[in-house]
Write a protein that binds this ligand. Structure first.
Ligand SMILES: *Cc1c(COP(=O)(O)O)cnc(C)c1O
Length: 232
C-alpha cells in the first residue's frame, strides 16, 4: 500500500486514507469520525505539509522537538487551527519546549519525564493532552512503559505530579501481527477509564480502528517513504 500510494500526490493519498478510515469505521459499526487521522510529517518539508493543509488536514504528528520548532510556528500562523501531536520519544530536558509547542504528547513513559512535564505545565500554565506510551512488545530498544508498571505509573502521574492522563499509545513490534497489541492496549485503556487510544500506522491502521483506535498515525501512506533510517 505504502509504495503504490507514494506515487500519488499528497491530496490524493489523503483522500484514499480518509476513505479507508471511513470504511474501517463502517465495517465495525463505529460512528463515522471516531478515528481521527494524524498525518505524520516527520522529515517532510513545509511545502509538502502545506499540500496536506490545503487538502483540509489539520492534525499532524511529529517525532522531533527541534524539527517541529523549525517547521511549525510559521505554518501555524497561516493555519491557526492546526493540532500538533508529539509522537516520538521525548527527553526530559525538552519538556518545556514540548509543552509550549504541542497540543497532544503521546510518549509519556517514565516518572522522570512526568516530573519534568508537570514542572513545565506549571510554568507555562498550559497542559497538552497526555498519553502514556506502553511497550506492549516489551522491546528493550523501544520507548514505552512496561505493561506491568502501567497501573502504578498512572497513579503516580495523578497523585505525585498532578497530571491528567487522557489515553494510551503503542507501537507494536515490527515483526509481529499488530492486532494482539492493539487489543491489549484497548483493554488496558478500558481498565483505567482512559478515552484516547493512539494506535495504527500506514500498514495497519484499519486493524487498529477495528480494535478501537481513536487516533491513527499515518505517515508514509500520505507523504511517501522517508529517507532511512526511520525513527524506531
Ligand atoms: C513514523 C511514525 C509513524 C508513521 O509511520 P508510517 O509507517 O510512515 O505511517 C507513526 N507513529 C510513530 C510513533 C512514528 O514514529
Amino acid at each position: 500500500m505504502t509504495e503504490s500510494m507514494g506515487d500519488h500526490d499528497v491530496a490524493d493519498n489523503l483522500a484514499l486514507i480518509r476513505q479507508a478510515i471511513a470504511r474501517a469505521e463502517a465495517d465495525c459499526d463505529r460512528p463515522p469520525g471516531g478515528a481521527a487521522l494524524i498525518a505524520v510529517s516527520k522529515t517532510v518539508e513545509a511545502v509538502r505539509i502545506e499540500d496536506a493543509l490545503k487538502a483540509g488536514q489539520r492534525l499532524f504528528g511529529e517525532n522531533y522537538v527541534q524539527e517541529s520548532q523549525a517547521k511549525w510556528p510559521e505554518l501555524r500562523e497561516r493555519w491557526p487551527d492546526v493540532e500538533l501531536h508529539l509522537i516520538g520519544p521525548l527527553q526530559s530536558n525538552k519538556a518545556g519546549e514540548a509543552i509550549a509547542l504541542f497540543d497532544v504528547i503521546h510518549s509519556l513513559d517514565r516518572p522522570s519525564l512526568a516530573k519534568a512535564l508537570a514542572k513545565a505545565v506549571q510554568r507555562a500554565g498550559r497542559q497538552p493532552a497526555l498519553l502514556c506510551q506502553v511497550n506492549t512488545g516489551r522491546e528493550p530498544q523501544k520507548g514505552g512503559i512496561d505493561p506491568d508498571a502501567l497501573p502504578g505509573f498512572l497513579e503516580e502521574c495523578r497523585t505525585s505530579f498532578g497530571l491528567a492522563i487522557s489515553g494510551l499509545m503503542c507501537i507494536p513490534p515490527f515483526d509481529e501481527p499488530p492486532s494482539p497489541h492493539f487489543a491489549w492496549l484497548a483493554s488496558l485503556a478500558a481498565d483505567h477509564g482512559l478515552a484516547l487510544l493512539s494506535m495504527g500506522m500506514s500498514a495497519d491502521f484499519e486493524a487498529a480502528i477495528q480494535l478501537g483506535a481513536t487516533h491513527v498515525r499515518v505517515g508514509s501512506a500520505i507523504f511517501g517513504s522517508r529517507p532511512q533510517p526511520a525513527a524506531a
